[in-house]
Design a protein around this ligand. Structure first.
Ligand SMILES: NC(=O)c1ccc[n+]([C@@H]2O[C@H](COP(=O)([O-])OP(=O)(O)OC[C@H]3O[C@@H](n4cnc5c(N)ncnc54)[C@H](OP(=O)(O)O)[C@@H]3O)[C@@H](O)[C@H]2O)c1
Length: 275
């Protein structure tokens, strides 16, 4: 198996493999299959309960540790005073040395929690437990707040991002603040695959619809982390890194964002439009 031959953004492979809601053997098998077909970037989280399986699959792949980029996330269910210990637990569970990227999974609607979590992430980077830090599910105001309060670079904001949701404000702020966006639920948990516009473009290229959606995201400099339990889907998703869409095709897909359909919004865990 070879090193990642495709692009990276600030060291992060431009396509990753999601792992929610995979547990136990399915998590291990799916991550190992993803690595075997060529993925080199795995997205996990404390809340997914699969960090141990992710770390074990990376070891079982036989790949050099530095060839695989692992992201985890601080659970919103961990109280601020326990965040430092929970990052150490992630480090131990993954058993893979320093974690490449540790995100704050959800900002909650409590600024004191948010600020404390950013401080704990900074300390974890100072201690060498994690190599880089970032946030997830943050609106523009929280992206600005994180950058203001963090001594280390806020490398990433991982947000719901697919053709049915307009994330243009977050995209513009990320570009201004030097934050890389990662796209979760990039194929809208399958919903994007049924869209006739995407189906037409996929047919024109003779590729699966998921490949078109992922290529549309990658072309914007956003890093998608699609989840799949199927080796064949992992293989075809990976081909999105080389699929070129025309400017007209990009615009046609971008027009779908006017639907503004957000799939994931647990009450109390984020405020999308509040200052
Ligand atoms: N930061 C956050 O708060 C947050 C929130 C949600 C998710 N995430 C991360 O983002 C990852 C991806 O998001 P997601 O799992 O919600 O949604 P997703 O990746 O958009 O969709 C996953 C679904 O798509 C199917 N699929 C994948 N590739 C396919 C293909 N080529 N053709 C047909 N179906 C395909 C999968 O089924 P098969 O197994 O059958 O392929 C699965 O049912 C998660 O696993 C997690 O790591 C983060």
């Amino acid at each position: 198996m070879t090193a990642w031959a495709h692009g990276r953004l600030n060291g992060i492979p431009v396509l990753g493999l999601g792992t929610w809601p995979l547990r136990d053997k399915v998590a291990f098998d799916s991550v190992l299959a993803g690595l075997e077909v060529g993925f080199r970037h795995i997205d996990t989280a404390q809340m997914y309960g699969n960090e141990r399986e992710v770390g074990a699959a990376v070891k079982a792949s036989g790949l050099a540790r530095e060839d695989v980029f692992i992201t985890s996330k601080v659970s919103p269910q961990v109280a601020p005073q326990h965040i430092a210990a929970s990052i150490t637990q992630s480090f131990t569970a993954l058993n893979s040395g320093p974690i490449d990227l540790m995100l704050l999974h959800w900002p909650l609607t409590d600024l004191a929690y948010f600020d404390a979590a950013i401080a704990r992430l900074n300390e974890a980077q100072d201690q060498g437990l994690v190599k880089a830090i970032g946030i997830s599910n943050c609106n523009v105001a929280l992206m600005e707040r994180a950058v203001e309060r963090s001594g280390h670079r806020i490398l990433v904001n991982q947000v719901e991002f697919h053709p049915m949701l307009d994330q243009s404000k977050v995209q513009a702020a990320a570009a201004r603040l030097g934050i890389i966006l990662e796209a979760y639920s990039p194929i809208a948990r399958g919903a994007a695959l049924a869209d006739p516009v995407i189906g037409k473009i996929a047919a024109a290229h003779a590729v699966p619809a998921a490949e078109v959606v992922l290529a549309w995201i990658i072309a914007q400099g956003v890093i998608p982390v699609p989840m799949t339990t199927k080796r064949a889907n992992a293989q075809s998703n990976l081909k999105a890194v080389t699929l070129q869409l025309s400017a007209a095709e990009m615009a046609e897909i971008s027009a779908l964002r006017a639907q503004h359909r957000r799939l994931i919004s647990p009450p109390g865990w984020a405020r999308w439009d509040a200052p």
